[in-house]
Design a binder for this molecule. Structure first.
Ligand code: AMP
Length: 217
């Protein structure tokens, strides 16, 4: 199972990815998380990408492709994976095809979570995340039990720097046209499964499960 989950920032990729990896037992490879970890650990890569991340700009393809290539060579990715946040550009998509082809592999599913821009703006600017365990909340749509505190690990919630309104506008602009082109790229290959991402988390996941199981009943 070699799966890509595609969608604009805030479409629910991370939330759905958590359920997918639990049920289908494949590693979750999220380039955004990897970049944020590198930034927090102040590795050379982290220092190089910090400014892009904070402004909501895309990290250059070359760096991103190298990161994913190295990650896909890890043993746990040999029997399947869920890519989240990658590819984000056509050169990345083509590089991914190339990496898989070298191993005689190909993508099996591309799940495309479709959500309107208005809804995305509301979701992103209200999002609060736990810096310790990665859990995600929303000021009005998904409140934690205690305001500002993670339900799972009791850490103080934060707003990602790129969820601040100025950066959100840049991120949507950066990703809008590219995501549309990626959807077309995969649709032309017969891989694209379009999913209405505005419904409840559970209903979205039910549809994802059907798509992944090839069960259209
Ligand atoms: P995300 O958590 O997926 O929204 O990603 C957060 C940030 O990481 C993005 O705004 C970019 O700066 C960077 N990033 C993540 N994935 C990619 C990618 N595939 N290509 C370029 N930049 C990326």
């Amino acid at each position: 199972m070699h799966v890509v989950i595609l969608g604009l920032p805030g479409a629910g990729k991370g939330t759905q990815a958590a359920s997918i990896i639990e049920e289908f037992r494949i590693p979750h490879i999220a380039t955004g998380d990897m970049f944020r970890e590198a930034k927090a650990a102040k590795t050379p890569l982290g220092k190089e990408v910090q400014a892009y991340l904070d402004k909501g700009l895309l990290v250059p393809d070359e760096l991103t492709i190298r990161l994913v290539r190295e990650r896909l060579q890890q043993p746990d990715a040999k029997h399947g994976f869920l890519l989240d946040g990658f590819p984000r550009t056509l050169p990345q998509a083509k590089a991914l095809d190339g990496m898989l082809a070298e191993e005689g592999l190909a993508l099996t599913h591309v799940l495309y979570l479709e959500v309107s821009e208005t809804e995305l703006l509301q979701r992103l600017t209200g999002r609060r995340v736990c810096p310790a365990c990665g859990a995600s909340y929303h000021l009005t749509l998904h409140k934690p039990r205690i305001e500002g505190v993670c339900n799972r690990c009791a850490s103080a919630l934060i707003q990602r720097p790129d969820d601040k309104p100025e950066a959100v506008a840049v991120r949507l602009q950066e990703n809008l046209e590219r995501t549309r082109m990626l959807a077309e790229f995969y649709e032309a290959r017969g891989l694209l499964g379009k999913i209405d991402g505005e419904r409840s988390v559970k209903r979205v996941y039910d549809e994802i499960r059907q798509a992944l199981r090839g069960d259209h009943s």
